[in-house]
Design a protein around this ligand. Structure first.
Ligand SMILES: [Zn+2]
Length: 287
């Protein structure tokens, strides 16, 4: 083609690219999957996903909060806990079922929490969280649990499973009771991060009987204790979208919290064919 012909074509292409509305940038497959999992686990949480060049994505939540999927920063283990982005929060795969090995140091899937996301999910302060709760029976006790995004309903279903287990094997009671939950607006011991108990989306079962990592000497081999905890109890929670702190390197054997996005990721990872929300309609071009 002659130079004389090429120039009008280039100008024409340039004109078209300026005149047409910019198309949403495609997301990388991992970002696509993570965001579809988040939207599936918490329907209505994400109002839009803004895409920018190089596949960068910003979530716009229903309360107006804007969160980067990947903030592009490399972080220490401590920073990953203190200031995770969505990608960091979902990066450690939660292992379903029985504990088979001691977790590597720092492997605590679910401990990285994007705090503004939890505020958008469950309430921005103690009064808002309290207003979102309803009482749920728990093996003869009653505790407030957050009703938003199906959390209280999932907790009630887990409780029904546990009640059947305890009826068949009363020796399980000592692992579960007394339990403590409700709205406990506080930071995690030794940190400035809000505990998920602040949002009434977690329960501590038999806090006196089940160990917590800060209460034992560092380097304590906890594998036998983790494995002695009844798997049936763990699975009753997991099947309803709860993760167990007994699978964390910084172990918290009394702790179960509602994290349906991590359970969904785990079920996909073991090959279950689960339908995910189509996020195509949420994509917007960043301005
Ligand atoms: Zn707890």
């Amino acid at each position: 083609m002659s130079l004389a012909l090429k120039r009008p074509l280039v100008l024409c292409a340039l004109f078209l690219s300026l005149a047409l509305p910019a198309a949403a940038q495609p997301l990388a497959p991992k970002a696509q999957r993570d965001l579809a999992v988040l939207v599936t686990a918490y329907p209505g949480l994400v109002a839009a996903i803004e895409t920018a060049p190089a596949g960068r994505a910003t979530l716009v939540l229903s309360d107006g909060t804007r969160l980067p999927y990947d903030d592009g920063r490399s972080k220490s283990q401590e920073e990953l806990l203190n200031a995770p982005d969505i990608e960091d929060m979902l990066a450690q795969p939660y292992p379903l079922g029985p504990v088979t090995a001691e977790p590597a140091p720092g492997f605590s899937p679910g401990r990285r929490r994007v705090e503004p996301l939890f505020m958008a999910l469950y309430g921005h302060d103690k009064a808002a969280v309290t207003a979102n709760c309803r009482p749920v029976p728990f093996l003869g006790q009653t505790m407030a649990f957050n009703t938003r995004f199906g959390a209280a309903d999932a907790f009630a279903r887990a409780q029904q499973r546990l009640a059947r287990l305890v009826a068949a094997d009363p020796s399980l009671r000592r692992y579960l009771l007394p339990a403590s939950g409700g709205v406990v607006w506080r930071v995690i011991a030794g940190t400035s991060r809000l505990s998920v108990h602040s949002f009434a989306a977690a329960v501590d079962v038999s806090p006196k009987g089940n160990p917590y990592w800060r209460n034992l000497p560092r380097g304590t081999n906890l594998l036998p204790t983790r494995q002695a905890f009844p798997v049936a109890v763990v699975e009753a929670f997991e099947v309803e979208g709860f993760i167990w702190g007994g699978k964390w390197s910084e172990f918290d054997l009394m702790h179960f919290e509602y994290r349906p996005e991590l359970i969904l990721l785990a079920r996909l990872a073991r090959g279950e064919n689960l339908p995910l929300a189509d996020i195509g309609g949420l994509l917007r071009v960043a301005r």
